[in-house]
Write a protein that binds this ligand. Sequence first.
Ligand code: C2O
Ligand code: CU
Length: 528
Amino acid sequence: MSALRLSRRSALRLFGGAGMAAVLAPTLAGCAKPGSDGINPGTLKSKAKLPAPFTVPLPILKPLAPDSTDAQGVHYSMTLKQAEVEILPGYQTKIFGYNGTFPGPYLDVHAGTPVVVHQTNQLPVPIVTHLHGGLTPPSEDGFPTDLVFPQALADMADPGMAASMSGMDGMPSMTDPLARMTAVRRDYVFPLNQRAATLWYHDHRMDFTGAQVWRGLFGLCVVRDAEDDKLPLPKGEREIPLMIADRAFDGDGQLIYPEKDPTLLGKPSMDKSIAAGAQGDVVLVNGAPWPYLEVAAVKYRLRILNASNARRYELKLDGPGGGEFIQVGSDGGLLAAPVTHSTLAMASAERFDVVVDFSKYPVGSTVTLKNAADSGGPGLVMQFKVTSQAADDSSVPATLSTIDKPAVDGAKRKLVFSLQGDKWQINGKDFDPAHPLLKPVFGKTEEWTVTSVERHSVHVHGAHFQVTARGTGGAGEYDHGWKDTVELSPGSEVKFAIRFDSYRGRYVAHCHNLEHEDMAMMAAIQVV
Ligand code: C2O
Ligand code: CU
């Protein structure tokens, strides 16, 4: 890992400070087409020829093979590069991909065994990688200013140039003296001292996360452990990860994301049309548009991730006689006991680990996974075709795990997520990487109360939490178990108990509507 000579101040001026909100047109609220909750963005419309729904097979994710295993852990390599891949039949779409794939490679790993991901940045832009849901030391957590620069940018960064840059533009100076910047290569070490759970990794570059994830910088990571492995839940080919993400495609089959500067190297700015969050009209699952999967009439474990930038889903199973999801896990792993849902409401970045019993459906039937939160293309997700009978020795036990309820013995904090004029903010402040807004005490269980008049997806790095209340009621039906991301509906309040007891140091909390995040709806945390 070579240190970069670029002065940190000039790097932030060059490649992004938290000043994006300041360069937005004045009336953000009036620009994006509001949805029924006043905040849902309009949908970007594709011009490419789209396939008929349920005609493309679901890509089954295959675990990435490690390079080696040694005393440090299991080693994987990923080169971040531009590539052209077939997402829509008949088109080659330019993407940014880990190893050039969309989505990135699937990491199938074990709790307690450290994983080292050796990344090489061959993209034309700086990157940062965050393992979402990982309990990771701050140095490895992908703090948004811990940039990994491509060679070309590292080469041109010399002290003389840094001096000539200073004071050059009208950007608010947002220096981060603590940023750990590197050139080209970065090894991320993830200790994974945590429960089995469905995690994912994605880009987290300050001010540009939305654009870079949209282009393809996201991938799945399933953490396993002995407790989860020994349960009689469906396994092997009957455990299917489903990464749901919406996109839109132009007439040439290229991704539409209306950034003002497609190089992503200039001053951060965001097109008004997506300032409330970018949504596309094509729903992709594991990178395929409205795919289908042939299943036997047996139980399957579906690990569902909402990997969309901003879209929320209300998933429903539409088959003969209806359909239900038996939830066995959440963001932070197994629930104490299964919970049955007829609908799954999923905010951006949430995970639901569910069992679906296809033995209820006759062979020859189809079961469509729909999104009741929208209609037309975005109202459809994928389809299961029940094609055969098979033996099934799996079951969903009445007790899955033990979840201790944390008793609050620390501070009570309030976080207000708000649109202030043209800015998305937390507690009335823009993201300031150098000045932590929140200083939780290591090992204490704190109670955080988050409120907003708009809809947001609230995510905290460095610790998992348990929702204790929504407004004056108890936790909601989608709040079971350990969480790292929770939906805040418009005009609501959510309370959760959170204990930072993995590592001390610097993390972030932010809205996981990636366009809100890029426009400063993020706070630095210092665990003391
Ligand atoms: Cu999924 Cu801070 O990220
Ligand atoms: Cu938000």
